[in-house]
Design a protein around this ligand. Structure first.
Ligand code: 9G3
Length: 567
């Protein structure tokens, strides 16, 4: 392709609201342009990279035995009403009406569509297992679209759905998809981890998220550097040890009140009493489906709401109001477990073994010191309702856990019969007995992968494409386009490389060399070839974008050299 004709509007500066590196670079390198918040056009270079990712996804899906199909984006509301999700999802599910006033959803995901189709088309165990996938645009009206393609309102997803006759069959289908995902993200050049995740509203049992490691990632992952344990913070667990803080060994003093006027936060209390937050027990007053509960957790840690809901078996949790706290015989900011008899206590394991702790005294401007959990708090139900904290150990191998930020680029779920039952997708077994199919669903954010790759492969000068995803493999620059010898040699090189199967972008623009070199670094194709002053000796200059190495090469060596670089 000759760059003079390419629609590739590069920018020196980008709008201030582009915070993520990949968002800035995709705008500056002319890969995408925003049509509306969270909605983008792909310009030619952006689309080429996106298509390379899709090719990798298709090859690995097909290799895993999945069959490609394509479903509509316009879904009759009846389908989403049958599964009960029409009312579960709020404004995030985009809805519209057709000319006859019939309600439709714009597809945010396709469990309802695929399950209804399979219900109508598969009835016998002989046709199972089957895994189908599509690569299609999804619509989700995000409250806060941001970071370019990382969180859009219209985005490209590969979504696959497996149908089995048994849970062991589902395990096999799930594993096949899991392995395909490892291949896909590896071939895309991503640094990633598969982490245990929470299945959320979609339901089901096992689920893993594939996280591309990046500081801009919205998710926090907890992983053990020594063994394979890795989990989303939503689900991660760790081992905590309170070696006890009254090292004196003297008989522990009884709980004693201390005047702490206006000291209500952990930070203030820690400073006021010059003690570590680890020595404070935080009492959080919540309401779980109407019932008040006081959650006790070590002062340096935070409650994990997903875990707490699961432990309490409720869908919603709210904070108690000041009046409700007073009705319990306490006061906001000074809540404590000692002397509060009328309310259920839930103790996070992080307070186990604390024997010289500080708690609220259930009296304005007072706390209690020297509280011994074992001695003073009576029978406690210990549960894990916290976000894993710094310094906790791995539940498998005991080594210290590490934390990282990640971009969720894939998510695989064992769905079970949630949709096949609600939508009636059953099969008859050998004895003619009708059973619901066992489903799995598997998503990859294809457009999100493009942004994640750029987050991981860039420097201050621009993008550094992994070979497999680069819009072009080679950037051919002619320094003086008015110099006939340089153009002739450039044409020869262009023809040789393209006929050998390499994708080449030839910068034949009438621009100063500096502009061409800066653009080549910004666009970031793996190999830059420059035809310049040594043309008469048939010598060109090469630069590899990743290593940054610049060296000369005789034109005759070029093909062999490219073979060594790209194959
Ligand atoms: C909706 C809206 C947003 C959603 C969903 C439905 C997330 C929804 C979860 C999934 C599960 C899997 C198949 C591919 C892999 C992921 N956000 N999820 O179901 F209506 Cl507005 O999408 N679906």
């Amino acid at each position: 392709m000759r760059q003079q004709r390419l629609l590739n509007p590069t920018l020196r500066d980008v709008p201030g609201d582009a915070e993520a590196a990949s968002h800035r670079l995709m705008l500056r390198a002319g890969l995408i342009r925003q049509l509306s918040s969270g909605i983008y056009s792909y310009l030619p270079l952006g689309l080429k990279a996106l298509q390379h990712i899709q090719t990798i996804v298709r090859e690995e899906m097909d290799r895993a035995g999945a069959q490609e199909m394509l479903m509509p984006a316009l879904h009759p509301a009846e389908l989403w009403k049958a599964s009960g999700r029409w009312d579960v999802y709020g404004p995030e599910l985009m809805r519209l009406e057709d000319r006859n006033g019939r309600e439709f959803a714009l597809g945010a995901t396709h469990e309802e569509v695929i399950t209804t189709l399979i219900k109508d088309e598969i009835h016998s165990y002989k046709k199972l297992p089957v895994t189908l996938y599509q690569i299609q645009t999804k619509y989700r009206d995000e409250r806060r679209p941001r970071f370019g393609l990382l969180r859009g309102r219209e985005f490209l997803m590969k979504d696959a759905y497996s149908f089995d006759r048994s849970t062991s069959g589902l395990d096999a289908s799930y594993q096949a998809m899991f392995d395909a995902y490892v291949n896909i993200f590896t071939r895309c050049g991503l640094q990633f981890r598969a982490v245990e995740a929470d299945s959320g509203a979609i339901g089901g049992t096992d689920t893993h998220e594939f996280m591309a490691l990046a500081d801009v990632g919205e998710d926090t992952i907890v992983h053990c550097p020594s063994c394979q344990y890795a989990a989303n913070l939503e689900k991660a667990t760790g081992v905590i040890t309170n070696e006890g803080t009254s090292s004196t060994g003297l008989p522990q003093a009884q709980p004693t009140k201390i005047h702490t006027p206006g000291v209500t936060s952990i930070k203030q209390l820690s400073q006021f009493l010059t003690i570590e937050p680890q020595q404070i027990i935080k009492s959080v007053a919540i309401k779980a489906e109407g019932a008040p509960v006081i959650v006790l957790i070590r002062g340096d840690l935070e409650i994990n709401e997903i875990k707490l809901k699961q432990v309490l078996g409720v869908a919603e949790i709210t904070m108690l109001s000041e009046a409700e706290i007073q009705a319990l015989g306490s006061i906001a900011g000074f809540i404590g477990p000692v002397g509060l008899s009328s309310v259920k206590l839930l103790a996070d394991t992080s307070i186990q073994g604390l024997n010289n702790a500080v708690v609220g005294a259930n009296e304005a401007d007072y706390h209690l010191q020297h509280v011994d959990v074992q001695r003073d708090l009576g029978e406690l139900t210990y549960v894990d309702v916290r976000n894993v904290g710094q310094g906790e150990s791995c539940i498998h191998c005991g080594n210290e856990l590490a934390f990282a930020r990640g971009i969720e680029v894939g998510h695989v779920f064992k769905l079970g019969t949630k949709y096949s039952e609600s939508l009636g997708a059953t099969f008859s077994d050998e004895n003619g007995v009708s059973e619901p199919m066992i489903m799995g669903c598997y998503g990859i954010g294809v457009s999100r992968v493009l942004a994640a790759v750029i987050e991981q492969h860039q420097d201050e000068r621009g993008i550094i494409w992994p070979n497999a995803i680069a819009p072009y493999s080679i950037h051919l620059l002619t320094v003086q386009v008015k110099d006939e010898a340089q153009m002739t040699l450039s044409e020869e090189i262009y023809q040789t490389l393209t006929s050998a199967g390499y994708s080449v972008l030839w910068d034949d623009r009438e621009e100063r060399p500096g502009v061409k070199f800066n653009d080549a670094d910004l666009l970031g194709f793996p190999l830059r070839l420059t035809v310049g002053k040594k043309t008469s000796e048939r010598i060109i200059e090469c630069k590899e974008r990743r290593q940054g190495e610049v060296y000369e090469l005789n034109v005759e060596q070029l093909l062999t050299h490219c073979q060594s670089l790209f194959n």
